[in-house]
Design a protein around this ligand. Structure first.
Ligand code: FE2
Length: 429
């Protein structure tokens, strides 16, 4: 007797009428049309069953603080950092934990079951680090939380920052972070990249740097990141987050740079909601979109994810833990409108970030963890179009969230009474 059987599902790769059999928290079988006795059987009705959403870039220590102590008036990254600096002395362990747990509830409701969160290590008390390590342990049964030691105020700009970061790693923070474009000089930014990559190599850690988050086409720290990754043999373990300066770079230089990035097997995280909000603030018109070159990086063979980055904090006044919202914005900003490109946008919030985080047992294949989401959509493009309702969310074969199908009752003369926004089946490509 199976623990759970999902029948008549459509998978993100287009396979239809698929049954997914679950035993002991793992996927036992993925086969067309399988019927077998199970404790629970769910008819997916031809809708999309996906592996869970993954957010490769988030800040759980600042999430849900919007308006404390005031709102970001200029809307810039730098005012956001200053505002966070004003807020930090007032933080308490309990308040960070409470907000982070509330956000993780939102995440589960949205089928977002793995988050890589940067945690600010600038404060010598490491208050956010202790709080998020506590949260990591508490949410572990239902959400994978990976933490990045993030020297928000700069590694070389702030005395003691390297020691604080090392202490955070010793306490159990998983990944080495940094912010080279915020160091005092370009040279110090490059030096910070070298120090952080060497530290990661020494400790066998992954690296994920906030990198070149500006509209300055001369901000080229990702070049140093690729070079150090290559030199230290960190291939596949290093991610460059944001890389917004690439939007404004000269095409000739960008073509050389992308080859170097591919050689180093860098991961890339674009944060479309935040990039389009924070970048271009010094432009008049035309105003740049500020997101890195997603389609070109994918074409060069790089693994590119879309992150959410912020929700209701000093940098962003929106968000609700919905990775389909990030994918929707990314699709528009990068003009990824072909059928293949829309699928890639879906991969950028599922399989790609899972690869960047190094998640084990992720996916819809026999042997993987029985973690998945049933969406009120027929395919990945429709899921993005509708920011589809998560009808059911399962973790290790156990249902952890449900939402009713969004069906409106119309009261129109001569028209049927119920309407859903599902589209007619797509024509073959
Ligand atoms: Fe960030």
């Amino acid at each position: 007797m199976l623990d759970l059987l999902i029948t008549n599902a459509t998978l993100p790769d287009g396979r239809r009428h698929i049954s997914v059999a679950v035993q002991d928290g793992r996927i036992a079988e993925v086969t067309e049309g399988l019927r077998a006795p199970a404790h629970e059987t769910v008819d997916a009705g031809g809708l999309l069953l996906s592996p869970p959403f993954v957010d490769a870039h988030f800040h759980l220590d600042s999430a849900l603080t919007y308006g404390q102590p005031r709102v970001n008036a200029s809307g810039t990254l730098l005012e956001g950092i200053a505002l966070w600096g004003e807020l930090k002395p007032t933080l308490t362990h309990e308040a960070i934990v409470e907000r982070a747990l509330a956000y993780c509830d939102w995440a589960v409701a949205r089928g977002l079951l793995a988050i890589r969160s940067h945690v600010d290590t600038s404060d010598p008390r490491l208050l956010p680090v202790h709080a998020l390590l506590d949260v990591k342990q508490r949410v572990a049964p239902y959400l994978d939380l990976q933490l990045v030691a993030f020297p928000q105020d700069g590694l070389l700009r702030r005395p003691g920052a390297l020691e604080n970061l090392q202490r955070a790693l010793a306490l159990g923070v998983d990944v080495v972070g940094g912010i080279p474009h915020f160091e005092r000089t370009y040279a110090e930014g490059s030096e910070s990249v070298r120090i952080l990559c060497a530290l990661a190599a020494e400790q066998g850690k992954r690296v994920d740097l906030h990198c070149d988050e500006s509209d300055d086409p001369q901000s080229r720290h990702v070049e140093t990141l690729a070079c150090e990754t290559q030199r230290l043999g960190l291939h596949g373990r290093v991610t460059g987050s944001h890389l917004t300066s690439m939007h404004s770079m000269d095409n000739d230089y960008a073509s050389k740079l992308m080859a170097l990035m591919a050689e180093a097997q860098l991961g890339v995280v674009a944060n479309p909601l935040i990039n389009v909000t924070l970048q271009g603030r010094h432009d008049t018109y035309p105003r740049r979109r500020g997101m890195t070159r997603v389609p070109e990086l994918l074409a060069a063979g790089l693994t590119v994810a879309f992150g959410h980055d912020c929700v209701l904090d000093p940098w962003y006044a929106g968000g609700s833990a919905d990775m389909l919202e990030a994918a929707h914005m990314g699709l528009h900003l990068a003009q990824m409108t072909s059928a293949q490109a829309m699928r890639q946008c879906f991969e950028a919030v599922t399989t790609h970030p899972a690869a960047l985080l190094g998640l084990q047992g992720y996916g819809l294949a026999p042997g993987c963890h029985a973690d998945f989401v049933l969406l009120h959509a027929r395919d990945p493009a429709e899921a993005i179009r509708l920011r589809a309702t998560r009808l059911g969310v399962w973790r290790r074969g156990r249902r952890v969230a449900s939402s009713p199908a969004p069906v409106a009752q119309l009261a129109l003369p001569g028209r049927p009474g119920q309407v859903s926004l599902l589209a007619p089946p797509r024509p073959p490509e």
